[in-house]
Design a protein around this ligand. Sequence first.
Ligand code: FUB
Length: 446
Amino acid sequence: MNKIIIACLGLVSCATSLFAQNPFIRDQFTADPSARVFGNKVYVFPSHDILATEGKGRVGWFCMEDYHVFSSENLTDWTDHGVIVTQNNVPWVRPDSYSMWAPDCIERNGKYYFYFPTAAKDTVTYGRGFTIGVAVADKPEGPYTPEATPIKGVRGIDPNVFIDKDGQAYLYWSAGNIYGAKLKANMLELDSEVFTLGELPTKGLKEGPYVFERNGIYYMTYPHVENKTERLEYAIGTSPLGPFKIVGAIMDESASGCWTNHHSIVQFKNQWYLFYHDKDYSPKFDKARSIRIDSLSFNADGTIKKVIPTLRGVGVTAATKQIQIDRYTQLSEQGVSIAFLDTLNTFKGWKTIFNQQGAWAQYNSVDFGSKQLKTVSIHVRAADGAVLQIRTDNVDGPVIAEITIPKNAEWKTIDAAVLKAIKGVKNIVVLAKDTKTCEVDWVSFR
Ligand code: FUB
């Protein structure tokens, strides 16, 4: 009965279309992205960072009260399906714990099992720290019905579930070290002793395990603090519980100084992707994070090529959308910089500032379609006026528009004619023709 009431509490599903590029969720903080391919879509189950205030969480620390799920068919347009589980609708969770940390989700026999770590109300039975629970749904979007109790025998955070080719499921988690155990077919109980995966680095925190298999190699991937902050690393083995041999880094420590990183790796439409996080919308506080995607590839021997984080991210951007060139692929060495549009509300996004003749920003993979687009619009501000060019391919490519921006201290949308026929997917370059300061919010074609 409890379960039915919880499922019916109506965790409202709000299908909202979001944006592309990194970070790819742009209206809330998100972290610890667990990506899964279900059917023809990628679903991402992240943590949901919020800012603690007096009486709501611990100020200056992680604060999370619920989980959303997001989906996309093209990695460019993301739909937020709303809250799927909150600390208030799980019978065993302390409803003021604000500790709904990194989750995972997996499908088995048409059911979706959502695993999440948090603190229990009953500390006598479940201990004071973190334990891991499950909520089950018939669809990835939910509604999810939480189990009445957490999984017995598990103490820790960052659950990850892997189902091997023979159908055996495994649960991994972390608590300083990384642990693993078999799961029963019901996906709700352990079916073996708990193994400590002791071959992984012995010094420095390891957490956030994520296991996958490719061509018979089992990849145990995990964030690890060897120096100051977390670096994504991996080890490989020939079976899901190891032994594993340490190989190296997947992604180096973040240049932003974000202390945590937490990731997942999936193959979608013949391309592998790394989902991870940084602190894009919160440069001064690294417990308010944002999730990102970049492509990942393998060497012939199965080792992973190191992923360099990008702002451009993945996927193709329709030329008719507002193309955020501040999520650039490449910038000229001088004369161009990126800043928030509004430092008091960073979710408004960024702007690209040009102040040197010849400075440029390149944005790759813009889809112009098959119908000639005749006009380019640019949302721009230039107190002394300015002239910008748009080119395709690269900085030396053909000029497809030249836009004269009148003197204007306020943001304005300026139109100009597209001078050349362009079809299909192209890179675009926005280039300053003079030294006047010119701020660009977005570019769009119609
Ligand atoms: O999001 C809270 C914690 O930070 C996660 O559980 C860790 O993996 C780290 O990302």
